[in-house]
Design a protein around this ligand. Structure first.
Ligand SMILES: Nc1ncnc2c1ncn2[C@@H]1O[C@H](COP(=O)(O)OP(=O)(O)OP(=O)(O)O)[C@@H](O)[C@H]1O
Ligand SMILES: Cc1ncc(C[n+]2csc(CCOP(=O)(O)O)c2C)c(N)n1
Ligand SMILES: [Mg+2]
Length: 335
């Protein structure tokens, strides 16, 4: 059996064990997949690539150990983008550029199990893909979601002056785990890096509730909120003492911790804005949400301004930082 037959067998077998999303008329096995969409619904599409050495460790031993998590995370980061639009995830396509050393039953089965585990958790079906050979592992997943006719998509461009700024979950955990793979806190937080939780129910609930803008945090809170500021033509005040912090991260030095939270990335939490008169229903989802700031008129630049206990953080008065920090988040082509 060659690699392609092996992949087809493993994927078809695992797929048969999982229930398919509604409306899928043809999935794996033909030239393309066919889906029937509910009348009036809108299709929401995105794609994200994970590259060995850039999105996960270049080390082959790690790639072996993390096979399940890599399969899971490739689905999770795409589902997170669908959730950030307020849509319900529906289906995915998988493009796999596979090194020969991973084209064996053991690695492929662990990878596929992680991928199907995420599919099951987040309600998506694998409807097709493409396999090629490459020296390193590269995987692209494109995801489709659905918005019912009466649900607005939530864009980055809708934030209004006076809105409050919120974020789900806790921040900075994944970045800390990436930098400290071997210390106690890093080990406690490793799941936040390798197996992030896309906030599917929360995203859809916020579209119903009237969120004005939303983004998922992949590159770091500050950089990702800057996208909302720029596209909405607004500024923000961010209250750093209100950033939600996990127990392990609360133990580290404050200024270091804040930098992980503002610039670390890999959080896959939702950041969003809501008009001040809209209360967050406590039980809108099982995901904790914290208010971290408010939307203000853009000053000179449409970027968030940082405050710490009502003091604006500036070059001249950078406390709690020693010097004003570089707030750039993750960038593939930085300097
Ligand atoms: N190669 C490309 N061709 C066409 N559009 C692109 C390309 N790369 C990015 N885009 C578009 O640019 C926008 C921002 O892309 P980006 O990848 O930064 O998304 P993101 O959600 O901010 O980050 P993430 O990839 O971590 O989810 C998206 O609308 C995306 O579809
Ligand atoms: C080995 C290793 N090095 C660095 C990182 C951090 N990282 C890589 S890409 C990215 C942003 C999201 O990617 P994209 O913008 O492509 O969606 C982040 C925060 C990691 N996870 N693993
Ligand atoms: Mg995104």
């Amino acid at each position: 059996m060659n690699e392609f037959e092996l992949i087809e067998r493993i994927f078809l077998q695992l797929q048969a064990e999982h229930s398919a999303a509604a409306g899928i008329q043809k999935a794996i096995g033909d030239d393309a997949a066919v889906m029937a969409l509910p009348t009036g619904s809108r299709l929401v599409s995105c794609i994200d690539t994970l590259v060995q050495g850039r999105h996960f460790s270049p080390d082959w031993k790690q790639v072996d150990t993390l096979a399940f998590a890599i399969g899971y995370k490739a689905v999770a980061v795409n589902v997170s983008d669908i959730a950030a639009m307020g849509a319900a995830p529906h289906s995915i396509l998988l493009a796999l550029a596979l090194p020969e050393r991973l084209a064996n039953e053991s690695w492929l089965t662990a990878f596929a199990k992680g991928l199907f585990h995420a599919c099951q958790l987040f309600g998506v079906s694998l409807i097709g893909g493409d396999t090629t050979r490459n020296d390193t592992l590269v995987l692209s997943i494109s995801a489709q979601g659905l918005l019912t006719s009466d649900t607005p998509a939530i864009y980055r461009s809708g934030a209004q002056v006076g809105d409050k700024v919120y974020v789900s979950g806790t921040l900075g955990d994944a970045a800390y785990a990436l930098q400290h793979p071997d210390d106690t806190s890093g080990l406690e937080l490793a799941h936040r890096l390798h197996m992030p939780t896309p906030r599917v129910k929360l995203g859809a609930a916020l579209a119903q509730l009237g969120a004005t803008s939303m983004i998922d945090i992949s590159d770091g809170l500050y950089q990702d909120l800057s996208h909302i500021c720029k596209q909405s033509g607004v500024g923000m005040h961010l209250y750093l003492e209100q950033l939600p912090t996990s127990k392990p991260l609360a133990k580290i030095d404050l200024s270091k911790r804040l930098l992980y939270q503002l610039t670390g990335g890999d959080d896959y939490e939702l950041a969003f804005t809501l008009p001040a008169h809209i209360e967050l229903p406590i039980d809108s989802s099982d995901t904790p949400v914290h208010c971290i700031g408010e939307v203000v008129a853009a000053a000179q630049q449409p970027y968030p301004k940082l405050l710490f206990y009502n003091q604006v953080i500036t070059q001249a008065a950078p406390a709690p930082f020693d010097t004003y920090p570089n707030l750039t988040g993750y960038q593939h082509f930085a300097g």
